[in-house]
Design a binder for this molecule. Structure first.
Ligand code: 3PG
Length: 525
């Protein structure tokens, strides 16, 4: 059992998902201090946290720690560099609370523009200050969105109905994506110069700390509004204090150097102050909790590290190809026969994947053995395979085949001293979905590898698919999808069925006997 420690107010969904899955012992406690919990649970394998500070000291007190999951977006509270040194992966759950943050940013803009916060106590105290609370409308204004990640992009979409012009800055988002989104990409100074509202959606890191300084704030329109729901450290507070009265800026703030009670240094310059409420909605809390648990399961079972933020995933590689490598390797291992000792793995990475082959061997190795430590590097993965008695060859690819980005994995095993068995699978990523295109000699499958699948090959003759389907249905298992290609040269057929639950081993064996299958296996992909 892997111990998961959740020392924070996170929806019980994380615990439910992990316990229902099995294999995890979850301890959740938001009452005791982090120090107390660490002392009592020094065998923790995973920490799931919100804004708790995960320092060197915390990491050193947990010798079994392998993963830290930040159930949320910002991970500036975690010493990610030290975690890396210790071989600990840090993940976040980007997008899980995007809607909550976006709705809060809009709520702050509207509340301030219409004096909602001050007008309420005024009326309660018996006053009628209608003239004083003359407001401003959002329609027709220009909104600058700094940072177009999950939150910034969603803000652009949500703003569509307000009839505003939206400017955006992002260091990686391309022009085509921006056009589809309906945002005009501009350089940072232009965004500050032309916007009536500037909303910050950037992470705090070495590049962004103090980035919003006098040189940008001084460009803002007189009377413009700055909204910060990201991190306090991205604004140079002293510069804002100096420029704010000059430019008559409004400053609406949700974030502080520390999430805790006590006086706030920005109190004199913030027109609205909230206690870091961005992600504090029931919905976001459930989403982040579910995502943290699901990401952990995928990480443990498939070696999927798409959300790891402190490991060098090569820039430019679509992470779906990591998942594809893992899925193809598991499928290939089943096609070879789990009981057949594996001797050789050969891979071909086509299209623009070749430069990433060293990185892609990690999810392939993780598919072969659950105990494989994904924090290893290429050399260590090769050594691991060698110790398992497996030779690895990354083949030169034949570009004349004209394949797009796609992967072929072949495996060879010893059935006996002189008898070898061979399996080969191919796949790609199409429209964001994994696709299996070939299993052995059965081509053009275009099958999405998700959930329970059962595979048979047999001598081609009428009626076999019907017999397989009847046997499966006879056990109350539903068939969701089928591929049944024929290989006329070899006089063979393949039946690949996607089913709604696991097909028990004895049923696979019975069907295999009944149809005289050459290959028969169930796999959960
Ligand atoms: C985030 O980074 O996800 C938000 O700032 C929310 O943080 P919280 O989980 O501590 O509320």
């Amino acid at each position: 059992m892997k111990k998961v420690l959740i020392p924070t107010k996170l929806d019980p969904m994380a615990r439910t998902v992990l316990e229902e899955h099995g294999g995890y012992h979850v301890v959740q406690d938001e009452e005791k201090s982090l120090d107390e919990l660490i002392e009592a649970h020094s065998d923790t394998y995973v920490l799931i946290v919100r804004s708790e500070r995960i320092t060197k000291e915390v990491i050193d007190s947990l010798p079994s720690l392998k993963v830290i999951i930040r159930a949320g977006a910002g991970y500036n509270t975690i010493d990610t560099k030290y975690a890396r040194q210790k071989g600990i992966d840090v993940m976040n759950t980007p997008g899980a609370n995007a809607n909550a943050v976006v709705e809060l940013a809009i709520a702050m803009m509207l509340a301030d523009a219409r004096h909602v916060i001050k007008a309420d106590p005024s009326v309660r105290s018996g006053q009628w200050e209608k003239k004083k609370f003359m407001g401003r409308e959002l329609a027709g204004k220009t909104i600058g969105v700094m940072g177009l990640g999950a939150i910034g992009k969603l803000l652009v979409r949500r703003l569509r109905g307000f009839d505003v012009r939206v400017l955006g800055y992002d260091p990686v988002l391309g022009g085509d994506r921006a056009r589809d989104l309906g945002v005009e990409l501009v350089e940072i100074p232009t965004l500050f110069e032309q916007s009536d509202y500037v909303s910050l959606h950037i992470p705090e890191n070495d590049q962004t700390r103090n980035m919003i300084d006098a040189s940008l704030l001084g460009l803002m329109k007189v009377g413009a509004t700055l909204i910060n729901t990201s991190r306090s450290g991205v604004i140079n507070e002293e510069d804002l204090r100096r420029i704010k009265p000059e430019r008559k800026l409004r400053f609406l703030n949700d974030v502080y150097p520390k999430d805790e009670a006590g006086p706030k240094s920005v109190a004199d310059i913030a027109d609205v102050m909230l206690p870091h409420l961005g992600a504090s909605t029931r919905e976001a809390n459930v989403n982040a909790a579910r995502r943290a648990a699901e990401q952990l399961i995928e990480y443990d079972e498939k070696g999927i590290s798409s959300y790891v933020v402190n490991r060098d995933i090569p820039a430019g590689l679509d992470e779906a190809f990591g998942e594809l490598s893992n899925t193809l390797a598991r499928l290939c291992r089943h096609a070879l026969g789990r009981e057949v000792p594996l001797k050789l793995i050969e891979t071909s990475f086509y299209g623009s994947l070749k430069p990433y082959s060293k990185w892609l061997i990690l999810p392939i190795t993780a598919a072969l053995n659950k105990d494989f430590d994904r924090t290893m590097d290429y050399a260590a993965a090769l050594l691991y395979l060698k110790e398992m008695g497996v030779e690895y060859i990354d083949r030169e690819t034949d570009e004349s085949k004209g394949y797009n980005n796609s992967i072929t994995i072949d495996m060879t095993g010893h059935v006996s001293r002189d008898e070898f068995r061979h399996a080969s699978v191919r796949g790609t990523v199409a429209e964001g979905n994994l696709m299996i295109s070939r299993i052995n000699d059965f081509d053009k499958l275009y099958f999405e590898p998700k959930g329970h699948c059962v595979v048979f090959t047999y001598r081609d003759r009428p009626g076999v698919l019907g017999r397989i389907a009847a046997s499966i249905a006879g056990e109350g298992i539903n068939i969701d999808d089928v591929r049944n290609p024929h290989n006329t040269k070899a006089d063979q057929s393949l039946a690949l069925l996607k089913v709604n639950k696991a097909v028990p081993r004895d049923l696979v064996d019975r069907i295999a006997q009944d149809i005289e299958a050459h290959l028969a296996f169930h796999v959960e992909l």
